[in-house]
Design a protein around this ligand. Structure first.
Ligand code: PBG
Length: 316
């Protein structure tokens, strides 16, 4: 059954379609030209203009959605991350520009997290002792979620791993009349070394780590509890992140979840393959497609990947 490409195609159990891929994008304040991200070859911090163009290209390639991150001017960062809730903050402006540009032709998603906007770089607001204040952060997430829904996001992705974030955001959105805005819950999000290049991508101010609120890579059961809680709180999709080192968690999530499951192939996964390919050590296209197929095989309905537009082109 493996002797010809046609036979293999006939019996392939898993496919990857462009519509299942979501492209994470970065829009930066105060830059004149798109700025290449050194640790992520081929990925850029966009200007408002180049963001619109790249989005149009990705939608034309057939991607299922776009996930937008904002990179504020460092001078605009503060302890509360006020740029996250300001309608004129970079992320909210970017969302309005994208919704204006592509309308409902794709699914517009927003990162609902304070880390890009806080001067300390944590995902929430801090207590005087420097620890993250879970419940005070929830109130900020609700304000941020409403601002993002007002700006035109179809789906919000709370990525800070605060307890109760999905329930708080759902209630806040409903009370503000945003009853159709969906929530993509970063349900099982690990404290991972594979986010390294992303810190570059968003010019993160973080010193230290997020191990007090993101999960320990040693644990599996904990993820199932996180997934169950997020579903009970009203999540519309649940996500596992990173993807490749957590395919077991992804499989278990897919087996138990009554709602669609996403996986985030993160910056470090991207950069490792790009770096090896640049050295001629692996076949870039084959490695990218193998990684995406494996993430789908492990149970992801939706894959967030920095190769979304290019892979969509290949898969046509
Ligand atoms: C937090 C956030 C992070 C990523 C997505 N959302 C960084 C973190 O949790 O430290 C990482 C994505 C990637 O590495 O590609 N807003």
């Amino acid at each position: 059954m493996r002797t010809t490409p046609a036979l293999r195609r006939l019996v392939a159990e898993t496919t990857v379609a462009p519509r299942q891929l979501v492209l994470p994008m970065f829009v930066a304040d105060g830059i004149e030209q798109p700025r290449p991200i050194a640790s992520m070859p081929g990925v850029y911090q966009h200007t408002m203009d180049s963001l619109r163009k790249a989005a149009v290209d990705a939608v034309a390639a057939g991607v299922g959605g776009l996930m937008l991150f904002g990179v504020p001017d460092p001078r605009d960062k503060d302890a509360d991350g006020s740029g996250a809730t300001d309608p004129e903050g970079i992320l909210n402006r970017g969302l309005r520009a994208l919704r204006d540009e592509v309308g409902d032709a794709t699914v517009l998603m927003a990162d609902t997290c304070l880390d890009e906007f806080t001067d300390h770089g944590h995902c929430g607001v801090l207590r005087p002792d420097g620890s993250v204040d879970n419940d005070a952060t929830l109130a900020r997430y609700v304000e941020m979620a409403i601002a993002q829904a007002d700006a035109g996001a179809h789906v919000l992705g709370p990525s800070g791993m605060m307890d109760g974030q999905v329930g708080a955001i759902r209630q806040g959105l409903d009370a503000a009349g945003h009853i159709d805005t969906a929530i993509l819950a970063y349900a099982a999000k690990y404290a991972s070394a594979f986010y390294g290049p992303f810190r570059d991508a968003v010019a993160s101010s973080l010193e230290g780590d997020r191990r007090t609120y993101q999960q320990d890579c040693a644990n599996r059961r904990e993820s199932m509890r996180e997934v169950d809680l997020d579903i009970a709180e009203g999540a519309d999709l649940v996500m596992v992140k990173p993807a490749m080192s957590y395919l077991d968690v992804l499989r278990e999530t897919a087996d138990r979840s009554p709602i669609p499951v996403a996986a985030y192939q993160v910056s470090g996964e991207y950069s490792m393959i790009e770096a090896a390919a640049a050295n001629g050590w692996i076949d870039r296209r084959a490695a990218v497609l193998e990684s995406l197929t494996s993430i789908r095989r492990a149970g992801a309905d939706v894959v967030l990947t920095y190769w979304a537009a290019e892979a969509a082109d290949w898969l046509g």
